[in-house]
Design a protein around this ligand. Structure first.
Ligand code: DGL
Length: 273
């Protein structure tokens, strides 16, 4: 099936997920859209995040994608059900794959999760973990400053170490043995986070588990493509300004130029003719 996979994110952090999808599924074409005009979503409320996410999904559906991936923990935690409700194609979020991996890794039955304010406020990680494994406890902490620090390339800065130590201090007596990096940006800060939380805690991020889940689901649905892959990388503002950070998140030069796009309109009541 030669239709592309549609991947969307509040900004360009989702490229940490795209990177793993490209690795796991080298024959699959992708359309990525990052809402650089309105990032961050993680500081906003559910109604606004939902509206923005539906606009991104609509834009991708207009491009006839065969699958949607919400490569954003904030969207995946707050409004995946709403996106699924309007999508004729399957929608995969990043939370479930991360949760499955975290549950496989924990021995102590205590899992930590860090993410944006909206992700933590949603309680979605706790809910998913409770559903699968009621005996496992979860402690979540919001780390809002990690997003701008990652975007500013400050992953090795002293300031970032101090902030990480403060943010992660509440986990000190928690006996967690797994910490979920519940935000697309956090893999960029992996070393600082590992140092602050201690070497004995296993870090789990959603990028690779999401790519692996997507590969399995495509195969199961008979939706795999033989290639060759083509990539379309879209943002809603300032492609030149975000190019460098986008490459950093992708881990190497992007497989195509970032281009600017406007968003599709939501179906529903609008001005009448
Ligand atoms: N992509 C978001 C996430 O994974 C981080 C950036 C934002 O707050 O929009 O939660």
């Amino acid at each position: 099936v030669d239709k592309p996979i549609g991947v969307f994110d509040s900004g360009i952090g989702g490229l940490t997920v795209v990177k793993e999808i490209v690795k796991a599924l080298p024959n699959e074409s992708l359309v990525f859209i990052g809402d650089t005009a309105r990032v961050p979503y993680g500081t906003r409320g559910k109604a606004v995040i939902t509206q923005f996410a539906l606009e991104l999904a609509t834009t991708l559906l207009e491009r006839d994608v065969k699958y949607l991936v919400a490569a954003c923990n904030t969207i995946s935690s707050t409004c995946l059900a709403e996106v699924r409700a309007v999508s004729p194609v399957p929608v995969l979020g990043v939370v479930d794959p991360a949760v499955q991996t975290a549950l496989k890794q924990t021995r102590s039955g205590r899992i930590g999760m860090i993410g944006t304010r909206a992700t933590v406020a949603s309680g979605f990680y706790e809910q998913q973990i409770r559903e699968l494994e009621p005996s496992v406890s979860v402690m979540s902490v919001a780390c809002p400053l990690f997003v701008p620090l990652a975007e500013e390339g400050l992953s090795a800065a002293q300031a970032t170490r101090l902030i990480a130590a403060d943010y992660l201090a509440p986990f000190a007596d928690s006996e967690i043995d797994v910490l979920v990096l519940g935000c697309t940006h956090y893999p960029i800060l992996r070393d600082v986070i590992q140092q602050a939380i201690g070497e004995s805690v296993v870090l789990v991020d959603s990028a690779r588990p999401t790519a692996e889940t997507l590969a399995a689901e495509l195969e199961e649905a008979g939706l795999g493509s033989e290639g060759p892959a083509a990539y379309e990388l879209l943002v809603t503002d300032a492609p030149e300004r975000v190019h460098q950070v986008a490459s950093d998140f992708f881990g190497r030069e992007l497989p195509g130029a970032l281009r600017q796009t406007s968003l599709g309109r939501l179906p529903g009541p609008g001005p009448r003719d």
